[in-house]
Design a protein around this ligand. Structure first.
Ligand SMILES: [Zn+2]
Length: 53
């Protein structure tokens, strides 16, 4: 059985630019993905944004 590849996005911290999370992006989602996640480098919650390819 062939598995379909789901497009995933890298979530980067805007402060240290580290890639901390990976998230699946659905086609219905519009605009850029933005999530408030804990950054281990900054040791605080930052708004992680979708990284450019
Ligand atoms: Zn950070």
């Amino acid at each position: 059985m062939a598995t379909k590849k789901k497009p995933f996005v890298k979530m980067t911290c805007p402060v240290c630019k580290e890639i901390n999370y990976r998230s699946h992006k659905s086609k219905t989602m519009e605009g850029k993905l933005e999530l408030s996640k804990f950054c281990n480098t900054c040791r605080k919650h930052t708004k992680h944004k979708e990284a450019k390819k």
